[in-house]
Design a protein around this ligand. Sequence first.
Ligand code: NAI
Length: 334
Amino acid sequence: MRVAVFSTQPYDQRFLDAANAAGRHVFTYLPARLEASTVATADGHDAVCAFVNDRLDADVLAALRSRGIRLVVLRCAGFNHVDLAAAASLGLAVGRVPEYSPHAVAEHTVALVLALNRKIHRAYARVREGNFALDGLLGFDLHGRTVGVVGTGKIGLCFVRIMRGFGCEVLAHDPAPDPVCEAAGARYVPLAELLARSDIISLHCPLTPQTHHLIDAAALSRMKRGAMLVNTSRGAVVDTRAVIAALKSGALGSLGIDVYEEEADLFFRDLSAEVLRDDVFARLLTFPNVVVTGHQAFFTHDALAAIAAATVANLDAFETTGQPRHPVSVDRLA
Ligand code: NAI
């Protein structure tokens, strides 16, 4: 198939070329994000390959379809950015990578927890300045602390197992409780109890209409004073303005995020020579007790190889059966 690969970074090209070594598909690598203004670059292709911040709303999908595109393959697990109902009514198939390395994301989440707790970001800067004072770097033992995990799918389960390894009590919340997760040592509780009892809260649910701003001012007010919040799921699960207010008042003890509501205009690019125009994001960066990474939780060698392999498998399957190997259908929204 001829595939227009949007939002291409050099590493995407390397891993996709390796997965496509047999040369069954022809990839056109496009650094631009897929959106209304770039959709014309998909001309002459059968499929588009998109990433997390590409825009796949009804208008873009209709424009793709009218240009002969029959398949959208996502290089990610989340599909909140795709209008699946529009895709279905246009007869556009959508495939994704349902699982590439839940370990990659869970391990990065733990990196954020440890960095925030032991102030590694501050210690790193201090030591390089010749400042070996410890005041201000005080952390706490994870052992014996209570960790709340919201969403116990593939990534949440990995995170539960790691935190149990630290000797934490793990509370979980998920509309679809998983006996495997319970066997791993998590105890399912209502969200209100999880918020009230956890020292660390980590979000691993998808972004849906139900989880949009799940962590808002009301949820934050139910948390333990000084609790840590970590979000490696999707930015809009958290109301960033409410979180900033909670950080300012001291109600929220620390925040680690790999995702941000308005990340599409920021992440995956080098903006170091430009003025930051997003005042909310700029405010977040001023807190000593906030660590932000730019949507890199997935970014391991193992995960990129698995993403590329699943993407090629989606294309192969579509060619032979008319459906991607891992289809996303409109009923996933239910
Ligand atoms: P998954 O589909 O295996 O698990 C999601 C879980 O969330 C399911 O068990 C589901 O029942 C649960 N859930 C749904 N609504 C919920 C709610 N209202 N409250 C609590 N739980 C709810 O997904 P997976 O693979 O574990 O990924 C989780 C999320 O992580 C993805 O949707 C994606 O947004 C994000 N992600 C982030 C990456 C990064 O690089 N930062 C990389 C990959 C995924």
